[in-house]
Design a protein around this ligand. Structure first.
Ligand code: FA5
Length: 358
């Protein structure tokens, strides 16, 4: 090709591009111009064989033409795409009277609802809500709480250990390690509450889960007493149940008046004296069912005066400071409140179950 051929080639190329009325035709034009055997490609290749005196000029102009053709094809393609979208929108008929899609609204989990209510009640009593890790070390979970390696109390805390075992890390078996952490990091006197998930490698049934929720409370002061502890427990449980009377169906069972509690001595190595508090089973009204194991009572919380060796492990001077603590089985409180007859529903993730708690 020579310089003389350029104007007609240029004219043909731009005419063909403008004449393409859809993307498929434009693709064919692109091949005819810029493909391996395309006319513009041929022009660029022919530069090497052009007469010497024309070569530089032909090289420059053929490269400029190639660039201009490429840009014209891109511009035409985006024009055709826009036009196609516009045409589709114009053709489509919208019925603006049709109802829209209602977005699915999430709901708070019943555990969250009760936890928030409990936090509200105890913060009004001067407690601060704290958060501690679910992965704990052996010292905080056991040793600092007076439960050495050979202690029989470890049997009731079947533990999920993390690998490698030498690191002595575990999934906390209760919220009580928070007692040590709170006492180490807070200047007494103080009142703290730490809710959270706990884990035990144990057989699952209607009232036992391997992953469940507890709420731990700790009260550190100069002069604390069992009477004070029992009073706080009674007020807390009374308020939590009176608060949900309106929400629970059937209302019959879950009223504050129907909640009976019984306190009995309980053994926990980290408190002395220790107590366990049971609640009358609101699912069966005390007559016996699978949740209360036919006893009419549900084990609800453990509590007591914090053992002096635990206070010492956390660095407190036992001549000056005393404390009481409680650990509530939040999952069981939720079951009693909403009449849930199997603990496995709570962490099962079934939306049909969860949507009931709007
Ligand atoms: C403890 O976990 C103690 N840390 C509680 C405590 C704190 C005592 C502070 C004294 C002072 P226990 O293992 O009993 O104790 O558990 C406390 C509550 O958690 C029980 O009363 C029960 O309501 C609940 N619970 C225990 N095991 C399970 C389980 N597998 N599934 C569901 N709830 C459980």
């Amino acid at each position: 090709m020579t310089l003389n051929d350029l104007p007609s080639l240029e004219l043909d190329a731009f005419t063909a591009i403008e004449a393409a009325l859809d993307e498929a035709t434009l693709r064919d034009v692109e091949v005819q111009l810029l493909g391996k055997k395309g006319s513009v490609t041929g022009l660029v290749k022919s530069v090497a064989e052009a007469p010497k005196e024309e070569r530089a000029e032909l090289g420059k102009r053929s490269n400029l033409l190639k660039k201009a053709v490429t840009e014209a094809i891109d511009a035409r393609r985006s024009h055709l795409r826009d036009a196609a979208i516009r045409r589709e929108l114009d053709d489509r008929t919208f019925d603006i009277t049709l109802p829209g899609t209602v977005p699915a609204a999430g709901t708070l989990h019943p555990l969250t609802l009760v936890q928030e209510r409990l936090e509200e009640i105890v913060t009004a009593m001067g407690f601060t809500v704290l958060d501690y890790p679910e992965v704990e070390d052996e010292w905080h979970n056991f040793e600092a709480l007076n439960i050495p390696a050979d202690h029989p109390a470890r049997d009731s805390h079947d533990t999920f250990w993390l690998h490698p075992r030498e690191h002595k890390l575990l999934l906390r078996t209760h919220t009580s390690p928070g007692q040590i952490r709170a006492m180490k990091e807070t200047v007494p006197p103080f009142r703290a509450l730490f809710p959270g998930k706990v884990f035990r490698y144990e057989a699952v049934d209607a009232s036992h889960e391997h992953t469940f929720h507890q709420i731990e409370g700790l009260f550190v002061d100069r002069d604390v007493s069992v009477a004070n502890l029992i009073h706080a427990m009674t007020v807390m449980l009374g308020q939590i149940f009176s608060a949900t009377v309106e929400q629970s169906e059937p209302k019959r069972a879950r009223t504050a008046a129907n909640v009976k509690v019984r306190l009995r001595p309980g053994y926990f190595p980290f408190v002395e004296p220790g107590f366990e508090l049971d609640m009358s089973c609101l699912l069966c009204g005390g007559t016996g069912c699978k949740v209360c194991k036919q006893s009419g009572w549900v084990e609800t919380l453990g509590c007591g005066l914090v053992h002096p060796s635990v206070l010492r492990a956390a660095g407190l001077d036992t001549a000056e400071w005393q404390a009481w603590a409680f650990g509530i089985g939040l999952s069981r409180i939720v079951m009693m409140q909403y009449g849930i007859d199997d603990i496995r529903h709570l962490m099962g993730g079934d939306l049909r179950f969860l949507r009931q708690f709007r």
